[in-house]
Design a protein around this ligand. Sequence first.
Ligand code: ADP
Length: 631
Amino acid sequence: MSMKKTNKETVGFQAEVKQLLHLMVHSLYSNKEIFLRELISNASDANDKLRFQALGQEDLLEDSPELHISVSVDKGQRLLCVTDNGIGMSRAEITQQLGTIAHSGTTEFLESLSDDQQKDSQLIGQFGVGFYSSFIVAQEVEVVSRKAGLPKSEGVRWTSKGDGEFTVESIVRADRGTSVILKLKADEDEFLDGNRVRNLIREYADHISFPVQMASENDEEGEQQTVNRAKALWTRPRAEIKDDEYVEFYKYISRDLTDPLVWAHNKVEGKREYTSLLYIPAAAPFDLWNREVPRGVKLYIQRVFITDEATQFLPLYLRFVRGIVDSSDLSLNISREMLQQDPNVSAIKTALTKRVLDVLKRLATKEVEKYRSFWEQFGLVLKEGLAEDFNNREKIAGLLRFNTTMSEGAKQDRSLDNYISDSGEKDIIYYICADSASSIRANPHLEIFDDKGVEVLLLSDRIDEWVMQHLPEYKGKSFRDIARGDLDLIGKADAETKTQPSKEQKHFLKRVKRVLRDKVDEVRISYRLKESAACLVLGDQDLGYQMQKLLKATGSEAPESVPSLELNPSHPLVQRLEGEINEEKFDSLAVLLLEEAIIAEGRQLDEPAAFVRRLNRLLINSDDADTQDVD
Ligand code: ADP
């Protein structure tokens, strides 16, 4: 053993840990007793990990095969101690794990925090504060540990005052596993009170499958008593479990401080046997959009914890669901690869997917307010399901909520069923895609629909166009993008007689097309517009603007779509253009109409400066047709 290894060394916390420590101590103080849940959770995880590893390597259990957790207080020295006989940590592991934060995206997350305590405490809660929450109540924390399988001489002691650095040194330690010893701050006497601690354990750790033991109140040196129920929550009958217990269990597995929105606990017997307990969180985790973060349910096989991140049991678009699956059919020594292929797993996945969609449907019909908040948090993720899960497409579509021309205050509050029943059961569901939610309502394409009182879905999420490609119909109704192709709204025959251009108009349209050349496919008279002078219409097969952006963002080649320009013959500007004899002015006005149409859709011009110059020139010259053009 090298000298360095036995020597005590002082190590600085990673910058993010320092920041988190500071924020946490201040914004979680009103909730400070959660540190005990975090420590007991870690202890329980450590025992779970050892039990799993010992399946293939029994000698790891040494002479203490009964896994448990014990909590003790020392009033004289003001110590609170949480001990497990689980997997333990080596010197290298403790330095790494209790000095850094493993989550990717932590820096961005911390930067997103404000100075608003209320808000921060919620956000920090979702982040999962874990071990570091000890410093809310402790002035100093000591962790002693020995990793299972290592000799007694390779124990380790870690200490810190939470002020930026910690020490590690190698020690001799007989006991396998970890003790976390908190030296409590002066005003934290409540955690030295055995009864208070016992009550907290019952509140926070009743559902943990390991016994949590404490010395009896009268005999502090004496016999250990088990304080919690020590029975995994999901193994108990549903009728016996209180809502509080479900909520507490959620917080334990998710490390989320916010209560979940809803849950479903089911025991399946028969051909396959498994229990599932699935939760829909109330708030999205800060890293919901980070695709590298592994997600999934906690997997147990015959009560033995296997992994925290079993991603094989739910589709990606339900990645916000938290929970556990305990299967009796899978083999205990199943590998990750085998999980992927096991027919039991895919059958469970199909069933769980259906279960979650059913839970959401129930929420959507019975608890509208809750569903609304679910939709705000996770709607965009759920939408991905239309592309991902063909079999459940109709179910997912029924759960979507839209901002439409009939919505109140631009909220996503309308369902497809609302649309259908309020439309008098018409066969087509109209929609429009645009980049920005704030400008979409003013899109000129909507004018004729407003005029006729026909509802249009206003889609402005960045994946909407892509998603809609996977939703050709819903309950026998087809979808129609109103900014494309021919509009059948006013009836074909009607449209044709109305929009048959006169000879003069044809000549005029040709003139405009000559100016705009390949910027537009065709220039034609519009029957879509009521107020605006011009709009752009894509062909049925053209790639939309959102998809072009998405493709470009992924570095793919996106074929340019060339729209047609439609002009409103009753608009004064179009009429002025038609009567314009000055070639130069005609050209400028024609280009301006095209640019206006782009802007009105909420898109950006390729050359905004040229647009401004052109506009100014027209404004300056508008009073006096004989003035020379200025540039
Ligand atoms: P989290 O538990 O969310 O990963 P923590 O900050 O609570 O975050 O803990 C960081 C890591 O330290 C854990 O992932 C685990 O590897 C290790 N750890 C913490 N407590 C224990 C323990 N009692 N036994 C073994 N390892 C532990």
